[in-house]
Design a binder for this molecule. Sequence first.
Ligand code: SF4
Ligand code: SF4
Length: 338
Amino acid sequence: MLKLPEPISGGLLLSYRCTAECRHCMYACSPKWKGDWISEENLRKILSRLAGKIAPSPWGSEMVSLNYGLHFTGGEPFLNFELLLRAVEIADELKIPSTFVETNCYWCTKDETTREKLHLLKEKGLRGILISVNPFYLEYVPFERTERAIRISMEVFGKNVMVYQLEYYNLFKKLGVKGKILLEDYLNLMKREDLARNVELFLMGRAAYKLKDFYPKYPAHYFFNQPCQPPFIRNWHNHFDNYGNFLPGYCGGISLGDCRNLDELLKEGINLEKHPVLKFLTTQDMKGLLQFARDFGYRELAEGYVSKCHLCIDLRKYLVSRDDFNELKPKDFYLYLE
Ligand code: SF4
Ligand code: SF4
């Protein structure tokens, strides 16, 4: 049995639907996903299970920090603003601390409506906002909208504005970026050095496929003894999706169980004998998982893999195409990776 630690922070995906299809998206979000927005019943269930467990920011429950509190995310949560408002309202009723929303800013087309929406969220109890900035978003969202979102968020939320990643925001300002830029054009501008800059990027989810040509590749055995970095079974920054899946860490397409029954799941743990893929992953046995997939007909990629997560996701993607594994959900995640 695998005992799970009680989650102290994380993100609630309102749906996987997004206006963008970023090449680095960990959750393979895109406009192609069905608009399966979380139902109000599930919203209330999941938030009630999380209430009392979510820890506030070290600066207090009115403040926000990336790995504390609860954030509303997706997909793009502003695609269903009424639902986002409702989620914030319920979380506030349940006294969940340090709540914030994560957005790609596509909706920030005018000062007035941007201000209005942010004020409404604040009135309902939202504490802050995380604004996404990097070259992958820039392919979909004109930079002026990101700038507007940051400027007005600071008016509304004061210090509770996180720009992820600030290095890119400063760089784009310095370069005088306007509008959207295709990644290839951006890299030409940067003489192709930029993706190797010392800025956090996880080569997992869609990035394993869409960014693989920018990185060196290694045979599967190179990753056999590498630990998952950061550990994927942990109490901080997990995710909970609109289908009720409890997703470990940043690992899209893996379900630890039904977060609508979180208390039972934490109490009983997971029977690894019934979840073979999870058994390999939690024991860090990539060699075993590769052999398991081979037995289903998997062939190691001749060109190699850019990361352990690339190997992991390619094996999982193959397994999902061959059989039903309860721990590999939602299935559509595997359809929208490439
Ligand atoms: S990274 Fe964010 S904005 Fe980009 S596709 Fe994923 S959810 Fe949408
Ligand atoms: S190797 Fe797999 S389980 Fe480990 S962090 Fe990467 S995607 Fe998650």
